[in-house]
Design a protein around this ligand. Structure first.
Ligand code: UDP
Ligand code: MG
Length: 148
C-alpha cells in the first residue's frame, strides 16, 4: 500500500497506519520516500495513455509518500475494502478514503489490485531483506501472498 502525498502533507499518515493496525493488518515493511517522475510513470504504467495519467504522475511526485507491506488473510481484498472506492464520493463510511481523500486523484492511499501485482509492487519499493516476516526469503513471501 501507499500513503499518497496529500495525506502525508496533511499529517494523516500516522492515523492511517493506526487504522491499518486496528483492522488486523501486520506491517511487514514501511518506508518514507519521494518518487521521481520516471518511477511514478513506471509504477502507474498500466494507466499510461489515460487522460489522468500525467496529472497522476505529477501528483505522486509532488511530495513524500509512505510505502508499506501489509500482511493479513486475503490482504489485497481486505485492504481494498478498508481503503474504500477510488472516488471518495462513493467510498463507504469508515473507509480510509471516505475520511482522508480530497478528490478522485488526491485519494489518500493506494492498494494493489491482485496478489500478483502486490508482489510486483512490493519489490518495486522493497528488497527482500527489508521485509521483516518474510525472513529475507522472497519465495516465502510469494507463498504468503499466494495463500491469501
Ligand atoms: N485516478 C485519477 N482519475 C481517474 C481515475 C484514477 O486521478 O479518473 C487516479 C487515482 O489517484 C487512483 C489512481 O489514479 O487512485 C489509480 O486508478 P485506479 O483506477 O487503479 O484506482 P485505485 O486502484 O487506486 O482505486
Ligand atoms: Mg488500481
Amino acid at each position: 500500500m501507499l500513503i499518497k502525498p496529500n495525506a502525508v502533507k496533511n499529517g494523516y499518515a500516522h492515523e492511517i497506519f493506526l487504522m491499518v493496525h486496528n483492522h488486523g493488518f501486520k506491517i511487514l515493511a514501511q518506508k518514507k520516500l519521494q518518487l521521481s517522475e520516471r518511477e511514478a510513470q513506471a509504477f502507474y504504467r498500466v494507466h499510461a495513455g489515460k487522460p489522468f495519467f500525467q496529472g497522476l504522475v505529477e501528483f505522486m511526485t509532488s511530495g513524500p509518500i509512505y510505502a508499506a507491506v501489509l500482511e493479513k488473510d486475503n490482504a489485497v481484498t481486505e485492504w481494498r475494502t478498508l481503503m474504500g472506492a477510488t472516488d471518495p464520493a462513493k467510498a463507504a463510511e469508515g473507509t480510509v478514503r471516505k475520511k482522508y481523500a480530497e478528490s478522485v486523484q488526491h485519494n489518500a492511499v493506494h492498494g494493489s489490485d491482485s496478489d500478483e501485482n502486490a508482489l510486483n509492487e512490493i519489490f518495486f519499493f522493497f528488497s527482500a531483506r527489508e521485509i521483516v516476516n518474510a525472513g529475507g526469503d522472497i519465495y516465502q513471501l510469494h507463498d504468503i501472498l499466494k495463500n491469501d
